[in-house]
Design a protein around this ligand. Structure first.
Ligand SMILES: Nc1ncnc2c1ncn2[C@@H]1O[C@H](COP(=O)(O)OP(=O)(O)O)[C@@H](O)[C@H]1O
Ligand SMILES: [Mg+2]
Length: 323
């Protein structure tokens, strides 16, 4: 029992950093992921997600700091890591001319999966990814969602218990995204550790813990619930007919903490929704702005992240100015 903690930590990094010529893509990451977690790495394009995953998968060496995966050092023991993990890159390359079944067999060859194991696994993976009926179809002729599922099945052919998925659902339709997540949930229930990057905030809700990455740094790392709890105030949502002017007017009102635009909606954080709602409505009416659908709503991950990134940017700006 003495080494339980160490065994439980399947991913650990300290000061993990990657610099390219001009930019620092990953800047001093300290992460720890326990066995069986669904860990989400969230962030916009260019945040450093892919670079982080490449270093964790022992494909790219860090400029500074270190990472251990499954107990192995990613630089000195890269081969041991590669055998134990599954990695689904952002641009996973299936062989378009090969059928579903042939793709699986091809990856079984690459990972040197023995005959007995593949005879058991291939039918199971086909069923698991809902592709049994399509096993004779060429990969190029599958829908986008099915290609992702096949890519996942290929990633699982050597039965890894740590899985790295780099934006597996980007560009996939909502129904396929949900199906894909159902499959990930099944893997999670089987005890697989999942490390998944995504630009979709709503997917963060399905993770056990989430790290928000922005410009190479982790802005916050916690459970979805606690991250939502970091947002101050109560949230009002409304649809004004003049978004910009409405935002400008609202920003100066008493009790308003933050205003975010969200499509054609305004999200307004206030200290007290019951009190500020009517005042806000009155101010807009007076300015000749029509307002529809004013209501109080619960902050989601999305609002929390926007708010936290803003705070980080303000701190950075302040830091630069005072330096
Ligand atoms: N091989 C590379 N050479 C130079 N810059 C790179 C390289 N790979 C990534 N970058 C840069 O590093 C930053 C982070 O990229 P990336 O890790 O791909 O972010 P994400 O996956 O979150 O979109 C970006 O500014 C990107 O342009
Ligand atoms: Mg990426």
């Amino acid at each position: 029992m003495a080494d339980v903690n160490e065994n439980d930590l399947v991913i650990a990094t300290q000061g993990l950093t990657k610099r390219f010529k001009k930019i620092t893509a990953v800047n001093g990451l300290d992460l720890s992921v326990r066995r069986g977690e669904i860990f989400g790495l969230l962030g916009p394009d260019g945040a450093g997600k892919t670079t982080t995953i490449r270093m964790l998968c022992a494909i790219m060496n860090p400029t500074a700091g270190w990472a251990r995966v499954a107990g192995f050092d990613t630089v000195r023991e890269a081969e041991a890591i590669k055998k134990r993990i599954g990695y689904m890159p952002q641009q996973f390359s299936l062989y378009g001319d090969l059928t579903v079944l042939e793709n699986l067999t091809f990856f079984a060859d690459i990972f040197e999966v023995g005959r007995e194991a593949r005879e058991e696994r291939i039918p199971r993976l086909l069923g698991f990814s809902r592709l049994t009926g399509f096993r004779g179809r060429r990969a190029a002729h599958l829908s986008g969602g099915m290609q992702k599922k096949l890519a996942l099945a290929c990633t699982l052919i050597h039965a890894p218990d740590i899985l790295f998925l780099d934006e597996p659902t980007t560009g996939v339709d909502p129904v396929s995204r949900r199906e894909f997540w159902d499959i990930l949930t099944e893997l999670h229930l089987q005890g697989v550790t999942l490390f998944i990057s995504t630009p979709y905030m709503d997917e963060a809700e399905r993770c056990s813990r989430v790290a928000l990455m922005f410009e190479g740094r982790i802005v916050v790392c916690d459970t979805p619930e606690r991250i939502r709890g970091l947002v101050e105030g109560e949230l009002l949502e409304l649809r004004p007919d003049d978004l910009r002017e409405a935002a400008r007017r609202i920003e100066g009102l008493p009790g308003v903490l933050e205003v975010q635009t969200y499509g054609d909606l305004l999200h307004v954080f206030v200290d007290d929704a019951a009190r500020r709602g009517p005042a806000l409505q009155a101010a807009l009416t007076e300015a000749g702005i029509a307002v529809a659908g004013l209501r109080r709503t619960r902050p989601r991950m999305e609002e929390a992240f926007i708010s936290l990134i803003r705070r980080q940017q303000e701190e950075t700006e302040y830091g630069t100015r005072s330096a």
